[in-house]
Design a protein around this ligand. Structure first.
Ligand SMILES: [Zn+2]
Length: 172
């Protein structure tokens, strides 16, 4: 049985916390990763970091495959960027924690990432294209960084304000 978690949105402070490293890769963690993938597919989204479901641990799941394509899930435990290319790529990014908002962003086009897989084994991967953008976006989440942080301050403040207002209205 997989569980679908509610996704936390800004301005919840858990999204701004630096997540703690995962200390043990075990069955419980594998189950959590499975639930995160199910939550991500259900949203639908192409990436999810544990803090987005309120768990401040360094675990991310990704799958940029289109709806009709075979699934290509990738789970990373304690991911770490080792190298970034100087070459950049533009992508219109969105975030499940900031619904209904997207912005064009430039990030390194190629990255090298070290991480543990769900067997607890060390892996290294070079990622390009959408995968490169995606993994940088998700690792940012583990450091309390959101993609709106790369926008102008004016634009970012506008987005945050909109969500703060929406939350207040909900609370009534
Ligand atoms: Zn995000």
């Amino acid at each position: 049985m997989t569980a679908i978690f509610p996704i936390i949105t800004i301005p919840d402070p858990v999204l701004r916390k630096e997540a703690a490293p995962v200390e043990r890769v075990d069955e419980e963690l594998a189950r959590l990763a499975g639930d995160m993938l199910a939550t991500m597919y259900d949203a639908p989204g192409i990436g999810l970091a544990a803090p987005q479901i309120g768990i401040s641990r360094r675990l991310i799941v990704m799958d940029p495959a289109k709806d009709d394509a075979p699934k290509t899930p990738l789970v990373m435990v304690n991911p770490k960027l080792l190298e970034r290319s100087e070459e950049m790529r533009m992508h219109e990014e969105g975030c499940l924690s900031i619904p209904d908002f997207t912005a064009e962003l430039e990030r390194p086009a190629r990255v090298r990432v070290a991480f543990l897989d769900l067997k607890g084994e060390k892996q290294e991967k070079e990622l390009t294209d959408i995968w490169a953008t995606l993994v940088q976006h998700e690792i940012d989440h583990l450091n309390g960084v959101l993609f709106i942080d790369y926008l102008s301050r004016l634009k970012r403040d506008m987005v945050v304000k909109k969500f703060t207002k929406a939350k207040r209205a909900e609370a009534l």
